[in-house]
Design a protein around this ligand. Sequence first.
Ligand SMILES: [Zn+2]
Length: 183
Amino acid sequence: MTQNGDVIWYEIDLADRIGAVGGAWNAFALDNNGEALVGASVIGTSIFDHIAGHFTKRFFREFLANGRSSSQSKRTYRCDAPDRKRLMEMRAETTCDSRLRVSHTITEELPIERAVFVTEVGRSGLADHVRCSLCNRLRFRGSNAWREPDAAVPDGGSVRVIHTVCPDCRAEVSARALWPRPS
Ligand SMILES: [Zn+2]
């Protein structure tokens, strides 16, 4: 079980291939139904094989490029579990052997009373919601409103999504600024 303050990290080479993973990586993968991502199975794969959505990939590419050019890049984002909102901080730093070490730290958590299970379906025609990869808010197809998962699906249950990056996150509003304060 992962918790606040846990750090998950991996190192990638100039071709974005994963060379090493560590910290709470395995616990985090198992917590999030990521059995396929545990340990050695991801070594040698491209980080982009594990990221869904055109805009998310583009954002992440920029984040990595920024880390490589300025030697450090930092950003908050959300990585919710079905029953928990999680605010994360992502940081990319160049190592002495010119790899990039990307680390993710859980900084805050809030419970989701009625669990919301999210499945990425790959094609927009199959999805009922669009989900922002960075703030994890959901937009019902045909609506313009981006809402917290527990506001979008108040009774809980399953949603079928495709991933994108919402206008707030494209405008670099931080996930911390969008983080809902407990009432
Ligand atoms: Zn967003």
